[in-house]
Write a protein that binds this ligand. Structure first.
Ligand code: BDP
Length: 664
């Protein structure tokens, strides 16, 4: 039987000619060797222009193209214009990189089978569209699930992997124009002379693709590698050290972007160690970078166990400093006030800071959304955020990368869609999740609507499915300690910070469930603008997707559906499981449209996802049932796992592929 099945797959695949595909070419799969007619009016042909010409020559199969560098009032520096000019297509831009973006635009339209409009004008929305790699110098990646770090630090600068250029090209093709190479939990070593040579080599490879390099820096660097006795921002020698370091960097990398800083957060050093404010610390670095046009991206992800509510702390610490930062400092703020949960309300610092630039930090890597095992298309999450926080108030957007040394870059083949979506939304935050999924599917797989339509639907549903089976109705941080993969709402680690434990967040008791952040509780609602504060504060008007985020809700509370909170919770968890099961059904019908390697890979991961979804549902419902003391509605599937067994289970994160199967 098994043999017959295999033969069938091979025949099907060979009939429609879909070869095994390791996914390494991402969404850039068009056939090369077309030799299209491409010319330029530019006398000096820069490396970037050469790339634009080559990309088009290789893959464009339409009319002759002329690339022209020229200013145009309608275009910003990286924008481009495309119009028909007789028999030719004219692509123009004030910059070479704008022409390169124009080339990728044309190739995208071609791959999607989309006809060209008579005139196309595109400008990137954000000035800085930046990936953050949480890569350590030892090659590991914090919260990375797609292999090791792409940067082979040991080999650099002498040996250069071909993947560096492929990485730059992929980013340029979706408009990403900057990258932070190393983890925010930064090793001071990155600023040593030896590492800066390696960084220079990468920057040289990325430059023709329009990508600027930034580094995460450790605030204590002047002590650790500079031999000073302090890192205090008010100390002259410390200031001098940073100025000298900036000079050294810019001599090697004249277009260096700047620093990203995690300070006084989760044990990292910072100005607070010397009783200085975040503004004082950030300004010292900003002054060092200023002569060269560099920027400081200073993170607001700070919280301490002493304060009553972690969700309030970034606001409490940074709002009073508004107006005290230099103008080359940007505060980098996570989209939600706790930490990249499957759903969070937005961080109220956005909009509150009137005199300080802010930029959102999204997490592309799925730390809290099933790592590389679960299919979770994240564009709907980011679209939701953009609907609440007006993008026009920002000039930069960052995303924590999900890329590693895996052949397909992202582990889960659909993880590529999240990298793609981040880039496209950074280019244009008004693109819909649906449009982006459509683009990605057509370029990555094929344009057949019998494939694209159902798979797109699955993608669009997938993030909500994860919310449903992990943390519906505003629940959050019910994750296992440490790896953040499976459920552990009961988790209690002796001696651990309370704000690292799930019970801090869900507050389940005999009365109900959820964190009271209303005016009767921590009053976090008051940090939002008046209209939202009122909406969130009242249990009757609070959107139900946030209800357990903002309120401690009685188990018998009537939800909009007429069900009690307990029943609604049971239905939501169950819905998530059914959605994950549905994804398996959708995918199995797609076998003839996808190469066998990718088909099998996704099929296996969807199975794990469905098993994990049941694990989540059973763990959470059986645990919370101890408090609600109510039955799981009889029309729903019964739990398949035992609570006590799940409590004993310790996931081995190195091979968690098989996690929810037998509990050993
Ligand atoms: C948390 C991660 C941790 C990061 C931290 C951060 O668990 O690994 O270092 O955020 O963003 O989500 O600094």
């Amino acid at each position: 039987m098994k043999k017959l099945f295999l033969v069938c797959i091979m025949v099907c695949a060979s009939v429609i000619g879909i070869k095994a595909d390791d996914g390494s070419r991402l969404w850039l799969k068009q056939q090369t060797g077309k030799n299209a007619q491409v010319s330029t009016t530019d006398k000096s042909v820069s490396p970037t222009l050469i790339l634009a010409i080559k990309e088009l020559q290789d893959a464009w199969s339409g009319e002759a193209i002329v690339l022209k560098k020229q200013k145009d009032k309608r275009l910003n520096k990286e924008g481009f214009l495309i119009r028909k000019n007789g028999e030719q297509l004219l692509v123009s831009s004030p910059s070479d990189v704008g022409l390169l973006y124009g080339a990728y635009y044309l190739l995208r339209q071609q791959a999607m089978g989309q006809p060209l409009l008579d005139e196309v004008i595109e400008n990137p929305f954000y000035d800085t569209r930046i990936l953050n790699h949480w890569d350590n110098l030892d090659g590991s990646v914090e919260r990375g699930y797609a292999g090791r770090s792409l940067w082979q630090w040991e080999e650099l600068p002498d040996t250069v992997s071909t993947r560096y250029e492929a990485y730059a090209r992929a980013n340029a093709s979706i408009g990403i124009n900057a990258t932070v190479l190393n983890n925010v939990n930064a090793s001071p070593e990155i600023l040593s002379a030896a590492y800066l040579q390696k960084v220079k080599t990468l920057a040289d490879i990325f430059r023709p693709y329009g990508i600027q390099v930034y580094l995460s820096v450790n605030f204590a660097s002047p002590m650790v590698i500079g031999g000073l006795s302090t890192a205090d921002s008010q100390n002259k020698e410390v200031n001098r050290w940073w100025k000298e370091k900036a000079k050294e960097i810019y001599q090697l990398i004249p277009d260096f972007g700047g620093f990203l800083v995690k300070a006084n957060s989760e044990g990292q050093p910072g100005p607070g160690d010397y009783n200085r404010t975040h503004a004082e610390g950030a300004n010292m670095l900003a002054d060092a970078l200023k002569p060269y046009g560099g920027k400081v991206m200073w993170r607001t992800f700070v919280y301490s166990p002493e304060d009553a509510d972690r969700a309030k702390q970034a606001y409490l610490e940074f709002y009073p400093l508004d107006g005290q930062f230099r103008n080359n400092v940007i505060l980098q703020v996570k989209n939600g006030p706790v930490d990249f949960q499957p759903r969070e309300p937005y961080t109220p610092l956005f909009g509150a800071m009137q005199h300080t630039e802010t930029m959102p930090e999204f997490q592309i890597t799925q730390e809290y959304l099933g790592h590389a095992n679960h299919l979770a298309y994240l564009a709907p999450m980011w679209e939701e955020f953009n609907g609440l926080v007006n993008p026009t108030s920002q000039k930069a957007l960052s995303g924590v990368a999900n890329i590693g040394t895996d052949a397909n870059w992202t582990g889960h083949p659909f993880g590529q869609a999240n990298w793609y979506a981040f880039g496209r939304l950074a280019w244009n935050p008004y693109l819909t999740s649906e449009m982006i999924a459509d683009e990605w599917l057509k370029q990555t797989f094929n344009t057949d609507s019998a494939f694209v339509d159902p798979v797109k639907e699955m993608m669009l549903e997938s993030r909500e499915a994860v919310v449903n089976y992990m943390m519906p109705l505003g629940l959050h941080h019910t994750f296992a300690f440490g790896h953040h993969y499976g459920p552990e709402p009961w988790c209690d680690v002796p001696g651990a910070r309370p704000d690292w434990l799930p019970t801090y967040y869900h507050r389940a008791d005999k009365e109900g469930l959820g964190f009271d952040r209303s005016s009767t509780g921590s009053n976090a609602t008051a940090q939002y603008p008046d209209s939202l504060a009122r909406l969130y504060d009242n249990i009757k008007t609070c959107p139900e997707e946030y209800i357990l985020w903002f309120h401690h809700v009685p188990w018998t509370h009537r939800m909009k559906s007429g069900k009690t909170l307990w029943e609604e919770l049971c239905y939501k968890f169950d819905e998530g499981v059914q959605q994950a099961r549905g994804f398996q059904q959708t995918w199995d019908k797609m076998q003839t449209y996808v190469d066998s390697e990718t088909f099998n890979d996704v099929q296996l991961r969807l199975k794990i996802q469905a098993l994990d979804a049941m694990w989540w549902r059973d763990a959470c419902l059986l645990y919370f049932q101890q408090f609600s003391e109510m039955p799981i509605p009889y029309e729903l599937e019964r739990p398949v796992y035992e609570l006590e067994e799940m409590k004993r289970f310790k996931l081995n994160i190195d091979n968690h592929e098989n996690a929810p199967h037998g509990f050993k």
